[in-house]
Design a protein around this ligand. Structure first.
Ligand SMILES: Cc1cc2nc3c(=O)[nH]c(=O)nc-3n(C[C@H](O)[C@H](O)[C@H](O)COP(=O)(O)O)c2cc1C
Length: 317
């Protein structure tokens, strides 16, 4: 009997649906037992979001500052495989998911275990995944697979429709003509096929080419422009804003209201004005960066951890 732990936090229920579909092939077999562990913050993040709360979650997301979690009953805490399912908030794992990664319980359960990450996002996730890869390494786990379900809408359209979804909780067509927000029902249902692939690899007791087969089945798609923009935005802009806001205190602190509000005005400007300008530069310089772009696609499609590789090289020197 293979014991699988699925850890997840879903605010709107979208990621919960993905998790349930992914797990179907295991549910249909007597050779597997699944333990679903729903991460719950003591003070939950209300859905749909109120404008101020949405932007107030920014600094703690970006700086990976944990919140308090409800205790999670994981039985004997010994599993053969861990599926870490998470959503991305501001290019970081959602605060509740990150809080679990930083917990003592995580230190106990990840050690020596194979791990698969399963993401339900809009379209910017590579920076968050780099952080999660590093945390899994530090916890002694081994990342063997990565599956990313995303909104397939064009970037700006997706920003409009996800805002509609996050602020109203509705998944219908905004104004009657925009595409439906977030991850499509078809893709959510399709998570089952990735469960099938993982199941086959467990049955053959071989994870060597698991990620290769997942990528072949389109479990991960890298958009080099988004990956470049994300890295620049996170390192050059997000971390500066988050530190600026945190100087005025923690979440909900009235002292930081003005800074949160200034950020709330800046954020749409950055998305609607700066990002399209960056896109033009990306297209102009792309022909000179083809080698780098190809490597970016290869690396982000893999489960490799660049940071870990650098550490290994430094230690060997
Ligand atoms: C505060 C916040 C910030 C988000 N930031 C990102 C982001 O940087 N990149 C991205 O692809 N999706 C982002 N999303 C979308 C989420 O990753 C996710 O798809 C959506 O919230 C639904 O997840 P749920 O199942 O947890 O409700 C964000 C959502 C929220 C609420």
């Amino acid at each position: 009997m293979t014991k699988i732990l699925i850890l997840y936090y879903s605010q709107s229920g979208q990621l919960s649906q993905i998790v349930k579909n992914f797990a179907k092939p295991f549910e249909n077999s007597d050779n597997f037992s699944i333990h679903y562990a729903n991460i719950l913050p003591v003070k939950d993040y209300k859905f749909p979001w109120k404008g101020y709360n949405f932007f107030d979650a920014f600094p703690e997301s970006v700086e990976h500052i944990p919140c308090e979690l409800e205790p999670l009953d994981l039985g004997d805490e010994n599993f053969d495989l861990i599926v870490f399912a998470y959503s991305v908030w501001y290019m970081s794992p959602s605060i509740p998911s990150n809080s679990f990664l930083l917990s003592d319980q995580a230190k106990r359960i990840f050690k020596g275990k194979p791990v698969i990450t399963l993401l339900g996002v809009r379209n910017m996730w590579v920076v968050a995944q780099e952080y999660v890869k590093q945390k899994i390494d530090e916890l002694g786990g081994k990342l063997i697979g990565n599956i990313v379900l995303r909104d397939r809408a064009e970037n700006l359209t997706g920003i409009i429709t996800i805002s509609y979804f996050l602020f109203t909780g509705k998944k219908d067509r905004f104004l009657g003509f925009f595409p439906k927000p977030a991850i499509s029902d078809e893709d959510i249902k399709g998570a089952e096929k990735y469960g099938e692939i993982v199941k086959k690899h467990i049955e053959h007791n071989n994870f060597d080419d698991l990620q290769h087969n997942l990528v072949k089945a389109k479990a991960v798609k890298i958009n080099p422009y988004l990956a470049t923009t994300e890295n620049m935005a996170y390192n050059r802009v997000f971390t500066k804003w988050s530190k600026f806001m945190l100087k005025k205190g923690g979440p909900g602190n009235p002292a930081r209201k003005t800074r949160v509000r200034i950020f709330a005005c800046y954020f749409p400007f950055a998305i609607l004005v700066i990002a399209p300008i960056e896109y033009i530069f990306f297209i102009i310089f792309a022909p000179f960066r083809l080698g780098k772009i190809k490597e970016q696609i290869r690396y982000y499609s893999s489960t490799e951890n660049k940071a870990n590789k650098q550490n290994l090289t430094q230690n060997a020197e």
